[in-house]
Write a new protein. Structure first.
Length: 186
């Protein structure tokens, strides 16, 4: 089974995450996914032989619509999702405006925004839709995620290396998942 099929299967057999994907699908917003730790942590737990667990930390909902960049729209979606799933820490962000916060050129899509995220293994998202039971968005590939490699994206390796290094240290990934390896882009 290839990595994409493995990821789809993992989510289809995780009732907690599958339900959250259904809720986000019900929002019916453009180019919308759940990504980052929601995906990464589930895969790393699985590869460490742990059963599916409830998502911890933020559940990052990312979408893209350059005509709806008001942050109040994101807050309204968070409120709706909080009503539907009260125990979840929802974080909804329209990637069409996130370049401003990050000091980058404007992004052209959710996938383009993810290429500017800190780690390759974090730049993965999934979604459900009316036409697809489970779809994967991995503009930087799935190899590092499944190889349990923490590697800065090219953008962070070139321009924000200290941010990447601080994340690895502060998030405690190497303690939580001892089989992980840090790899540099040099």
């Amino acid at each position: 089974m290839d990595h994409e099929q493995s990821l789809k299967s993992l989510f289809q057999h995780d009732p907690n995450r599958w339900h959250l994907l259904d809720l986000v699908c019900a929002l019916e917003i453009p180019d919308c996914w759940i990504g980052a730790g929601f995906v990464r942590n589930a895969v790393w737990d699985h590869l460490h032989g742990r059963p599916p667990s409830a998502p911890s930390g933020d559940v990052d909902v990312l979408w893209f619509d350059p005509d709806q960049v008001d942050p109040a729209i994101d807050r309204r979606m968070e409120w709706v999702l909080q009503e539907w799933a009260p125990g979840i820490n929802w974080s909804v962000k329209n990637q069409a405006r996130m370049h401003l916060r990050n000091g980058d050129a404007p992004y052209t899509s959710t996938a383009d925004a993810m290429c500017h995220w800190p780690e390759t293994a974090t730049a993965v998202a999934v979604r459900r839709s009316a036409s697809t039971p489970c779809e994967v968005l991995a503009p930087l590939g799935l190899e590092d995620l499944f190889a349990m490699v923490i590697r800065p994206t090219r953008h962070f390796a070139l321009h924000k290396r200290e941010v990447h290094e601080a994340r690895v240290s502060n998030k405690g990934w190497l303690e939580r998942w001892p089989l992980l390896r840090c790899v540099d882009n040099d």
